[in-house]
Each structure stands twice: as structure tokens, then as C-alpha cells.
Design a protein around this ligand. Sequence first.
Ligand code: SIN
Length: 490
Amino acid sequence: MPLTLSRTDLVRSANFIAGQWTAAASTAVLHVTDPATGAVIIAVPDSGAAEARAAIEAAHAAFPAWRKVPAKQRAAIIKRWNDLVLAHQDDLGTLISLEQGKPLAEGKGEVAYAAGYIEWFAEEATRMNGEVIPAPVPGRRMFALKEPVGVVAAITPWNFPAAMIARKIAPALAAGCTVVCKPAEDTPLTSLALVLLAHEAGVPAGVLNIVTASREKTPEVVDVWLGDARVRKITFTGSTPVGKHLARRSADTLKKLSLELGGNAPFIVFEDADVDAAVDGFMAAKFRNGGQTCVCPNRVFVHAKVHEEFATKLTARVSALKVGPASDPASQIGPMINDRAVEKIERHVQDAVARGAKVLTGAKRLTELGATYYAPTVLTGADSSMACACEETFGPVAPLTVFTHEAEVIAAANDTPFGLAAYFYSNDARRIWRVAELLETGIVGVNEGAISAEAAPFGGVKESGYGREGSTHGLEDYLHTKYVCQGLLD
Ligand code: SIN
């Protein structure tokens, strides 16, 4: 069954700058491919400095008018965007599956997830209240006003091509900021379609601009944005090395930053856990998007008393996962995003096995399906010396490690520079609060594997970055506080 769209004009192959679909100055193109087969879907502009500058000009020019639009009116436009996204859920889900590879049901699910953020921030737009501060001396009134930071540069990843655009751009628009965006080179089509729908919803020309670029040309685009003082904020989801580069380079103009970077999430199953619930939670957390999420468990610590039961039950569930193309309704895991991704997974598994891990299931490419398919894998006997414990595997691999003491497992869980998400299963109320507080992460799932939600603050600590997305904190990141003091009163 091929993946087809009912509204074919959602597929765009140009940049969107100042309200116009525009080709890049050069004829260079970026080929967007189906990760399952490598077949070219379409070519989009391989933009450079000229397009990056044009996008800033447009966003900068549009800012004074957009920030003055009453919050209620901005909210109505963003709400219409949400309605259009939901009205095109099937087409957008299909586009996601086509360029990203996740099964179609998951692609459509991501559209609903993305719309959740758009709706949430449409509603929050009208609640950006400031403060009236009791003055310490007579004759004065003191206020704290919330103002949009200005032009925002959003650099988005390939693993959630709709949701990450939504949770960066919706709060920016709600706050009254204007945006220049560069979507991931692997998945620009969903982003372009979302921008088209935002335009149809009434987002004025210049408020939202998007330029596409290849991996090679991306630094040229981003360097322009980093160097331009008119860009007041960078929001980025991606790797920690790139996040650090953005932090260093934006220091010259002291831009505000939201960095949602790499993770290395521990998943801990204590001896008092409900093991069946832990297996369910693990399946939800780990195999969403084929293990290609920043919050998916990367290291699995299981107490010695329940290790055998957990490993047996988990292996049965993982072996039963159906791997296949996005178009097959039975597929639960699609292809990995590209060859480099599969090579990394392969390297991690080979390294673990060479260092003594045992394969319970998987541990091979599924070449009969295509070069980018990898079998969901469970390993046991993993330890901290292995690459899969130190680096984010970003694939369907579960390396299990046995532990016996709470203090030992907390030390192991925190023994990483990263701190995005952590999960644990326990039925002991005192332990639950103790462990939740000791884990050095921005997010903790307790007896729960599906933790992401538009109303919750998403983000990390340590080298997983700073800033929050979603929730009221996610709007705050696009605002600054202005103190106004009025005298000569009374
Ligand atoms: C991510 O992997 O970066 C986002 C995952 C999520 O939103 O749950």
C-alpha cells in the first residue's frame, strides 16, 4: 500500500520567507528520501547565507506589528492553525511516515501530539499576566510586564518533525515573537506543510519563515543567525555537541537559549515493583519511534530479585514486535532514519557483546526488509564500560544490568553527563519520593513510561541542556520581564 496524500499541495519544495514560497538563490537542492528505501521523494532548496539573511529581514520587519496584535487575536490565529493541523491529520501523518519512517499510526499520533502543543499555547497566549508590585515608598507604582523576546531562530530535529516544530513555534507566536526556522535535513516536508497551514490560519507574512538546508549547508544558515544581533533567541533540539556550539557562538550577542539535548535515560526496576507494569511502561518508553527519542530509556537497571522475570517477559514482548515499512498497518517499528543511525546501533551492540553482554533477542540488521531496519534487541549483562551505557544509542536496543542496592543504582543512574529523563518502578511510597528527588534529571517517570504532555515542562539538566518546552514554563522561555516604575503619584 503506497502512502498517498489527499491534499497534494501540502508537499512544498521551496522556502517560505516574508509570506512567499521562494526558491534559493543558488540552484543547489537537498534530496528528501524515504528512509525505508533511500528513494528520493522530492528536492527542496539547499539554502545558504542569503536565504538565512532574508528570513531574518522578514522576521525582524514583521515583529513590531505582530507583538502589537492583541493576545486574544494571536490566540485565535494559533487556534485556527491547530484546527487545520487536526483537519489534515491523515495527510500530515502520512508525510511524517514518508520522510521519517515511523509507522503510519504513529505518524498520525504525532500529529495529535503536535496539535496538543499548538492548542495549549493558543490558550496560554491570553494568560501572559505580569505583576503589580507593592511599592516600598509612597508615590510610586511598580509593575513587571511580560514582553516577547523578539526574533526567534528555531532549529528542529528529525525524530518528531511535527511535534518539535509545534512546541517551539506555537509558544513563540503566542508570546508575540517572530520566527526563522530550519528543520532537520532528513525531514523538511512536514515542517513546510505545517508552515503552509499556519499561513492559511492567518499568521501574517514575515511572522513565520522557514528555510531548508542540507547537513553540509546548515552551518552556513545557522552561523548567520548566530551572528545577527536581531535574533534574540535560539531554540534547538538535537545533540549536545551542537548545543554547546550554539551556546558558545550565541554568547557574542547574548541570545536567550533553549537547548533540548541528548539524554542517557536510566530505567530502574526495583524489587518491590509490579513487574508486568514495568514491562508495559518500558515498552511504551523504549520502542516509541523505534527508540529514536531523547527520552527513551538507554540503560535498564533491574534488581537481582526480579531480573529473570523482567528479562523473560520483556524478551517475549520485544521478540513479538512487528518491524516493517510505515505503510504496513501491522508495523510497530519502522526503519531507522539513515545508514549512520543503523551503524551506530550496530557498533553499540557489537561492543556490548564483545565486552560480555548476552543477546536475549535481536542484535542484527533485518536486511530482508532493507538496509535501515534493525531488529528490536534485548541484551543482558550490560555494564558501564560499554558504549551503549555511555552514549545515546537512539535505536531499539535494551541493555539490562543487574543491581542489588538502592544507593548503588542511584549512583549508577546519575553517573552520566546527561540528565534529561529517568524512569523507575517501585511500590514503596517512601522510596518513590526519595529516588525521584535523588535522580539528576529534568524529568522523572514513576511507574509510568509515557511522560510527555503539552501541559508538562519538558527539558533537562546537566549536559542535556536548559530551558523548558511545553507548560507555562515553555511560554516563559519566549518572554522577558520588564520592570516599570512610575513615580509622582498620590
Ligand atoms: C525528543 O525525543 O526530543 C522528544 C520526545 C518527546 O517529546 O517525548
